[in-house]
Design a protein around this ligand. Sequence first.
Ligand code: FEO
Ligand code: CA
Ligand code: CA
Length: 543
Amino acid sequence: MKLSRSQFLKYLGKGIGALTLAKSGMLFGSSKQFRTLPSLAAKKGGFPKFQPIDPSDRDSLILPDGYRYNTIALYGDRINSKGDTFGFNSDFNCFLPFVGKKDSGLLWNNHETLGALEYFVNGYDSHKPGPNLRTDQQIEKYLYALGGSVISVSKKNGDWTMTPDSKYGRRIHGLTEFRLTGPAAGSPAVGNKNKVFGTFANCSGGLTFWNTVLSCEENYDYVTEPCKLTNETHYGWVIEVDPFDSESVPVKHTALGRFAHENAATVLSTSGKLVVYMGDDAKDQHIYKYVSKNSYNPSLGAGNSKLLEEGTLYAANFDKGIWVSLDFDSSEILRNSKKENGENRFLSQADVLVYCPDAAKTLGATPMDRPEDIEIHPLDGTVFVALTNNDKHGNLFGQIIRILEKDGDHAGLEFDFEVFVAGGKRSGFAAPDNLAFDGSGNLWMVTDMSGKNLNRSVYKKFGNNGVFVIPTSGPDSGRAFQFGSSPIGAELTGLWFTPDQNELFISVQHPGETTKDYRNPTSHWPHGGDSIPKSGVVAIYLK
Ligand code: FEO
Ligand code: CA
Ligand code: CA
């Protein structure tokens, strides 16, 4: 079904009609929309009714009056009968309901880093200067704490809870075997390997149309060094996991390039190609999109995973408003690019993918201010990108931009863009990170001010990291309303609505990250008292 612009606006005016279309995936085909029903927001008449909270430096997960939360899984909780345990520093969440159910399903959760809090997991003091004295056993424990978890969850007596004995409970971690797919698999650029071990630094991710999870390896170099791993080319990819098949071998899709992957926002183009928008979260790095060669075919189910093996990777040039192809064969610039010693920089598509940021730079992609999460607006198909900040050129508070693809075609090669909202005193937030839309098109956003900046100098006014709701239409379009405030040292991550949008899953990552003295951690979330801080995932409800 195709709508003309005037028909579309009419549907928008009807509200529920538009939401029904969005829910059915007829509009813009974002995979998240299939699970986006009229929300807690929409039920209250377009925008969630809450009294915005003030910034806070308290050690609590603070929500507006009338809202509550419970913890679902915390670091170290058992997730299956084999005794596997939930990993550290929770990030991306993705809920996949069981067929025909809305109150039970599988929750995927990313485990990003250990960082300075390794002491609480491993007993190893990473603050201590000097050589890396981690034992093999400590390194194993380190790698096991990262990656992701599949947990089985259901709603009991009004609360989402984990089933610790579920057959679906599964850990994917820093020691798990992976199969490489795509042009770099088996190539000299990855040491001729088709099989590699481990995933870590899993930041955000995405959901496919065939109910698998994409999880993004971001700052892998923060892990390779402490864990004495020598071949970095095996990390920095987008992985795919089928949470419903606990025997499946997870894969790393090299066609999507290798960089500090933040997220993977999936959408179908007007001609049915799978398009994946991705950010490279590093200073002066780029925004990418991948367009599959073939079209999505719902009858193939998990067979559609092949769409992530063959396609074209593009990087954004914002000066010209164009997507630049990173295809080796058709690019003279890439084929002729030389290193300082006169050798060819790239010998194959595999080299281009493994050294993606270099290739994008060579082709004139625009350096950005740390591209974090990217999400597709469920009602108009525009592409929202959080740019966290970039102190290299004085952008301390970041901004959210909106990309408008020409003719609304996500597979197209031209675009326009605007700054949707900038961080700072007036907007009341700094360092936007993960994004999520509710069914009414309100943008939910979390912030990630770093531990060294929190509650200091120009960042003091923002308090701890928070959750904000930003309408994208109407008189309050672009105004940020604070909905949540995190415990001390934490960031809130992985916003994901339940199918009926009555609840919101969210992770509390690295509470107490600002700790200097392990005997006196700066946070005691969630248990309070003298307890050590624990990362984990919570569900938020209207009381
Ligand atoms: Fe892991 Fe880009 O935040
Ligand atoms: Ca992030
Ligand atoms: Ca971040």
